[in-house]
Design a protein around this ligand. Sequence first.
Ligand code: KE4
Length: 425
Amino acid sequence: MTRSSELFAAARRYIPGGVNSPVRAFRGVGGEPFFVERASGARIWDADGRELIDFVGTWGPAILGHAPRVVLDAINATAQRGVSFGAPHALEVEMARTICEWVPSIEKVRMVNSGTEATMSCVRLARGFTGRGKIVKFTGCYHGHVDSLLVKAGSGALTHGHPDSAGVPTELAALTITLPFNDADALRAVFAEQGKEIAAVIVEAVPANAGLYFPEPGFYELLWKLCAEHESLVIFDEVMTGFRLARGGYQQIIGMKPDLTALGKVIGGGLPVGAFGGRREIMDMLSPDGPVYQAGTLSGNPLALAAGLAQLNELERVDGWAKLEALGAEFEVRVRAGLKRAGRDYNFRRIGSMFCLYFTNGPVRNLAEAFASDKAAFAKFFHACLERGVYFAPSQFEAGFLSLAHTAEDLAKVADIAADVLSKI
Ligand code: KE4
């Protein structure tokens, strides 16, 4: 029995499914999860001493790699002055200023403790600001485990086959309209029928919780136009893409300004942080100035903000986004060459440091097409790569992440392993 198996057996006794977040349970690929002993740079070591090149990166936060020196030093220094105050402190001002300066659409911002809290607060704020109840989301998009948004959701909800979670009252789910992503006709129709009831449309800037698919040309322009015409808000979920795809997030790349943006992951440097922000007149609806209540004991926690600021400032110092693009481009060339060598025409796609290999040779523009992937083949691929020291996300319906700690040699080695595995499964 391995140490991970021992730990998993014990974990299952005290923790539902043995994990504190479902997607960690390997249900999407079968088998038991390994337990992590430590992580540094692009590598993690499991409880049995196995070294793995990591492409999950704790689901996005580890953009500099694990436990970067700048983050550790910031945490250590800050902790000497206390770990939580429950009162305002200077780091909150520095983080808020940084977010507002880097993300043009954000005029005011509030810190929370997870991406879920960020999107949940955006939804409540949109409903409070517009006085309307309905929310539009897209199938396969995952915005955290918010009741209103656990409707045809992605990520673990998809992996575990519960895109519509139990426990969400039908009366509440009825306020959430779900549409296929990239379906312009469906979007037009729903606004034509119900536009005046729609508080907001929430969308992952680049949907990455059903693998990774991209907005078709013109789709976001239509989304912005319809929302403006019906005085509905655009909530851009950049929890995954924010500060990863560009200094100003995906919205900077496409040159568009959502009304509200949800953030998380990278801005915590690996510690629990989320944030939401947007137009001043909307954000000023929040308590204590306005009637929309939102709060959090540990919101703006000094350790989490110190870690996040250290990470953001390091990204800017080294122009991490240019480096991540170069690494991503190199990885893509090698993976595509590997697919060719393996005689597989699977659908690989990448944006910046985010990637996904769909085990299908068809197009993937939405959830229905993502479902065409051969999940059994993916599971075999996942475990074969794991056995050779490469850890990809344990589900076909997740994205992979590169970090500044991955080297060109790492990527060459991994592409060769992937090609060899693909040629044999
Ligand atoms: P958290 O509440 O898990 O911090 O963030 C929720 C969230 C919101 N929006 C987007 C676009 C997200 O990707 C997420 C969370 N991402 C998943 C990974 N696909 C978290 C992994 C997990 O659930 O353990």
